[in-house]
Ligand binder design. Structure first.
Ligand code: B12
Length: 283
């Protein structure tokens, strides 16, 4: 019997305008975003795919791989998948409008590499336009998930794909089944607390670039504004407020932001430590 495939890639595709322009035009897609709307924002890890990769990696029978295409060129991303083709179960693409065409290009390359690898989409662009995207790319995208509460559905879908099935109920999924689009309802989920910051550098190195960019673009500015030296960062969504759950990490939202790697390196007089003192959590 064949060994079951275990590897699941979680990819933040590069911003579409960073691809070779000719290739983008040749792919004959409608270009939904313009170069001028993008920046190279490789200052922080991509928390969405890190969180999903960590969750899946911690599940028995799966290996989660994190890749940020804002740092690594498309060819390198495909080469990494090519090297592991026969063990790769799925490639999960995190699509916002800025990187949607790049996501489609990665999906096409993976499909050409091995049609058995499941192509899964998620994040805002898919959430907003799931039916349109699936109708246009029904032969390319096996399944997509809408919204944030996608962990249980994604796990169930991957588990079934591992056993060559895909006709169960997968909360938050949208996909083609028997010639029609099926959307399974979302189930309320607790915040995922499994975050493995080691995954950031396990498949390809990312931290050095994040740190270098952070220092150059933000560190100096923070120092001139606050007098504090900050070497690394992860974004905090302050618009959402601080969700204060009790527990070891005190603040579950911040625990997403400050996993061991970043947290241990945060000096007590760090600018964000001050922010968090104000919000009352014990980082
Ligand atoms: C932090 C942040 C950043 C950070 C980090 C980005 C990153 N790569 O993680 C920085 C500052 C670097 C950044 C940069 C940019 N950002 Co920004 N960013 C945010 C912000 C504030 C929070 C995102 C976040 O971390 N959420 C927490 C994590 C855990 O959730 P998540 O990433 O959404 O992932 C969840 C789901 O979406 C889903 N999911 C995600 N990916 C996948 C993939 C699969 C297969 C599945 C199944 C599910 C899934 O599951 C996750 C768990 O629940 C959002 C606004 C918001 N409140 O959401 C804007 C936002 C995502 N950014 C946006 C934009 C436009 C950009 C830039 C293009 C800006 C620019 N002009 O350059 C760049 C793009 C950089 C890039 N290509 O990665 C827009 C996207 C609009 C759109 N839908 O197209 C948003 C929505 C802000 C806005 N309203 O305009 N951003």
């Amino acid at each position: 019997m064949k060994e079951p495939r275990t590897i699941v890639f979680f990819i933040n595709p590069p911003n579409s305008n960073d691809l070779d322009t000719d290739a983008v035009l040749k792919s004959n897609d409608i270009v939904v975003s313009k170069g001028v709307q993008h920046t190279d924002w490789a200052n922080f890890p991509h928390l969405g795919i890190l969180s999903l990769a960590s969750y899946i990696d911690a599940s028995p029978g799966f290996e989660g791989h994190y890749i940020d295409g804002v740092i690594h060129p498309l060819d390198n991303i495909i080469a990494v998948i090519r090297k592991r083709t026969s063990s790769t179960l799925a490639v999960c693409l995190s699509a916002i409008t800025a990187n949607y065409e790049a996501a489609i290009q990665i999906a096409r390359a993976v499909r050409n590499l091995d049609p058995e690898i499941a192509i899964i989409f998620g994040n805002d662009h898919f959430t907003a336009l799931s039916r349109e995207i699936l109708t246009r790319h029904r032969d390319l995208i096996d399944c997509g998930f809408v919204g944030n509460e996608v962990y249980a559905g994604l796990f169930d879908y991957l588990k079934d794909r591992q056993q060559s099935q895909d006709n169960g109920i997968y909360p938050s999924s949208v996909r083609f089944e028997s010639e029609r689009i099926v959307a399974d309802p979302t189930l309320q989920e607790a915040v995922n607390r499994i975050i493995d910051y080691n995954l950031i550098d396990r498949t390809l190195p990312h931290t050095a670039v994040y740190t270098e960019n952070f220092t150059r673009r933000l560190g100096k500015r923070i120092q001139s504004l606050t007098g504090r030296r900050v070497r690394k960062g992860v974004p905090i969504e302050i618009g959402r407020g601080c969700i204060k759950f009790s527990g070891d990490d005190a603040c579950s939202f911040c625990s997403i932001q400050y996993g061991s790697m970043w947290k241990n390196e945060l000096p007590a007089n760090h600018a964000w430590a001050a922010i968090h003192k104000a919000c009352g959590c014990r980082i």
